[in-house]
Write a protein that binds this ligand. Structure first.
Ligand code: COA
Length: 153
């Protein structure tokens, strides 16, 4: 394992990675909070959870090697969002560190459930954390996606 340190970062810190690496040429605006709900529908009420949005970076020294984010989408329900690990850092367990960090943050925010909209090819990664597949959707860019969910205790 590399000497990777996880630190809370800001939306402005995460934005270049999201814009240029995770979602290149994305047509919809990238915001700190997404209005997609756990059923894969748009629910603008979710935008009211802006104050719960949080962002983490995995650092190798001062180099940002990976990112993750999250925000509430309903009372006690958190969405995990925007996981990305730079290509040169892949295969060293960094995504696992980031997902664990997000699970802990969701618990700190008193969430009893966490969910994510993931690219279907990444299901195996999230199954390592006991996420369950809820539905498949092709409604959004960079899909097809699964919505996956997990209870938190
Ligand atoms: C998917 C991604 C975040 C994985 O990052 P990573 O740091 O290389 O992953 P890790 O090294 O932490 O892998 C953890 C474990 O999951 C496995 N794994 C990683 N990616 C996987 C995938 N796509 N499918 C199944 N298993 C996967 C690894 O083999 C490893 O298994 P192990 O614990 O048994 O050794 C990275 O490849 C990435 O950023 N991809 C492009 C963006 C993307 O797809 N983001 C996620 C959107 S849902």
């Amino acid at each position: 394992m590399l000497p990777i340190k996880i630190q809370e970062i800001t939306f402005n810190d995460i934005l270049p990675t999201w814009r240029h690496q995770l979602w290149p040429n994305r047509s919809s605006l990238i915001e700190p909070v997404s209005a997609i709900d756990i059923e894969s529908n748009i629910d603008v009420q979710i935008l009211n959870y802006l104050s719960t949005a949080h962002f983490f970076g995995a650092f190798d020294g001062s180099t940002l090697a990976g990112v993750i984010s999250g925000h509430l989408t309903a009372p006690h329900q958190c969405r995990l969002r925007g996981l990305f690990v730079n290509e040169v850092y892949r295969g060293h367990g960094i995504s696992k560190l980031l997902i664990e960090t997000e699970l802990n943050k969701a618990k700190l925010l008193a969430c009893t459930q966490i969910w994510a909209l993931i690219r279907t090819k990444n299901l195996g990664l999230f199954q390592k954390f006991d996420f369950q597949k809820k539905l498949e959707t092709d409604k959004y860019e960079f899909g097809p996606h699964f919505i996956i969910e997990k209870s938190l205790d």
